[in-house]
Design a protein around this ligand. Structure first.
Ligand SMILES: C[S@@+](CC[C@H](N)C(=O)[O-])C[C@H]1O[C@@H](n2cnc3c(N)ncnc32)[C@H](O)[C@@H]1O
Length: 218
């Protein structure tokens, strides 16, 4: 679920790596420190990793280089094709944040970069509840994604993009479901995760959430 933006990625797959490299002016600040963001997610991951929204496989590459066993989930066929070509040994499955095949192993960490905002707020909460059920106590969720300090700050970023003539970025920020930090914090607290946020650039924050030892058993 949350697949309403897949067509964008079917088209973007072939040039996506050029965009993250900074050649797309509108998205340059969104992808600033891209490598550091992926590295931070990989460094904060433990054990067997489940990665959502693999895209062209750039985070998967870092996770595999760090020695993790990785199961990747990606709904876009074009993106899966690019990632599989880059990483022929990656276990890569068709699916999304909420609907994915049964996992072959216990998962220790659930990761994602630049993708969780494709879920509506209701879907985000459903996903975190599901991940609570999947993870062992001490298991982690490590996300890097765009989010904002408040709705007012988000509106200011949209206006700023419009003022610069960055219409694609402005439309993207208004169309997709970029959350506030407070909203995400409350979901993680509701499901007994200890959660930390670290700013990585003007748009992207690193979210590290650890399933608490005092977790609910549901
Ligand atoms: C901006 S790309 C990020 C790719 C990669 N994670 C990265 O950091 O470069 C977003 C990815 O999320 C995928 N995606 C979109 N909706 C999704 C959903 N509901 N569940 C999982 N992945 C989704 C897209 O197909 C795309 O590959």
């Amino acid at each position: 679920m949350g697949r309403e933006f897949i067509d964008i990625f079917e088209d973007w797959a072939k040039t996506y790596d050029e965009s993250v490299g900074g050649n797309n002016l509108e998205y340059r600040e969104v992808f600033e420190n891209y490598e550091s963001i992926l590295n931070a997610v990989a460094e904060n991951s433990n054990g067997v990793v489940l990665e959502f929204g693999v895209g062209t496989g750039n985070l998967s590459t870092k996770l595999l280089q760090a020695g993790h066993q990785v199961v990747g989930i990606e709904p876009s066929k074009s993106m899966r094709d690019v990632a599989s070509k880059k990483l022929p040994n990656l276990k890569l499955l068709e699916g999304d944040f909420l609907s994915f095949p049964e996992l072959p192993h216990q998962v220790d960490t659930i990761t994602s970069t630049y993708a969780f905002h494709h879920l509506t707020d209701v879907e985000k909460e459903t996903a975190i509840q599901r991940y609570f059920d999947i993870l062992p106590i001490g298991g982690k969720i490590v996300f890097g994604d765009t989010m904002f300090k408040s709705e007012e700050v988000k509106e200011a970023f949209i206006q700023n993009a419009k003022d610069k003539g960055y219409n694609n970025l402005a439309e993207d920020l208004a169309r997709e479901y970029y959350p506030t930090i407070e909203f995400l914090r409350n979901i993680f607290i509701k499901f007994n995760f200890d959660v930390r946020f670290k700013q990585m650039n003007d748009f992207v924050w690193l979210v590290t959430a650890i399933k608490s030892v005092s977790a609910k058993t549901n």
